[in-house]
Design a protein. Structure first.
Length: 79
């Protein structure tokens, strides 16, 4: 995931991140502040992920989140 895109969407993603990774506190999320590398480091610290696993996990979750948003915003042609 592009770091600039992630930072730009952080406010939207922040609330979801708390649900995705329950071990992260509000202080942790404030510290991450949309910085991909900081969030990856926090996931390493709290969950014991490798750096690559943390990056892959973030990418997977954000991709799923964006797909879900698109599903909810695409007009239904049958309506």
């Amino acid at each position: 995931m592009n770091k600039d895109v992630f930072e730009g969407k952080w406010k939207q993603i922040r609330g979801e991140a708390k649900a995705w990774w329950g071990k992260l506190t509000d202080d942790d999320l404030d510290r991450a502040a949309g910085k991909l590398d900081v969030l990856a480091g926090l996931l390493q610290e709290k969950y014991g992920y490798t750096r690559q696993h943390a990056a892959d996990e973030i990418d997977k979750r954000v991709t799923e989140y964006e797909a879900k948003l698109k599903e909810n915003t695409v007009p239904d042609p049958d309506k």
